[in-house]
Each structure stands twice: as C-alpha cells, then as structure tokens.
Write a protein that binds this ligand. Sequence first.
Ligand code: ZN
Length: 144
Amino acid sequence: MQGRWVMLRCECGRNFGSRVNSNANCPKCNGKTSLTTVKIFSSSSELREAVSKANVPGEIVSELSFKLAAYEKSERSKENLTSSDIQKILSHALLADNSITLNSIEESMASLKLKKMSAEQLIELLEVSSMVLRNTNNSWSILQ
Ligand SMILES: [Zn+2]
C-alpha cells in the first residue's frame, strides 16, 4: 500500500502531519517554503503517533488554545463556540474507529445544544489549526 500521509518539519522546528501532495502550511508560523519531509506513512494513526511524539504535547495544546482564542476574537457574533465547547463536541462526536464525520459533529452539536456554526465551518477551523486530518472517505482523524 502506498504511503498517503506525510510528516513535515518546518524551519521553525514544528513537526506536523499532512496528506501527501497537499499544499501544507506550518500550523505554528504559517510558513510553507522551508518544509522538510520527515517520513511518509500509510496510515493516519501512524502519522498521528509520530507527530505527537515529535512535538511537545503541551505546545500543541497551547497553540490550539491560542488559535481558538484568535478565532473567537475575530468573529463578530457573540454566539460562537468557545474552545471548551469545541473539545466537548469533538469528544462526543468521536466514532468507534476514532474518526469524526460531518454527521457525527452535527449530531454532537445538536445533542449538546451547541449548534452555533455549521459542522463544515467547525471542521474547516479544525483543519486550519491542524487539529484534524481529512481521510479519504469524508471522515477526519483527530491529530492528538
Ligand atoms: Zn513553522
């Protein structure tokens, strides 16, 4: 089976996962010109493990909080999700195979009464923050 996932290392020292041939940006400094391919993986779970080993977990968590905080500030409406809402939605939306789908996000938001944005918008936010990776079959893996 061909490798479909790649671990990239940025000049700034951050390692992150991406799909092979995707136009990736560093989630930390947003750079895209000084990325080095560290390794190619055939499964997103191997990639996830390698990325989390390569980065300090605390750094990723604070990075995410920072991005979510920036996102919250940038939105005009006060009717938005906080980062702790998002954590709740994600843990509720996680399927048995450790993936999430638009449907599972949708249902999770509905049952938690946290439907303040569309599932697509939330996924987009999480993708930009490198919190999730898109799989082939319209599902996403949480990168943590
Ligand atoms: Zn970087």
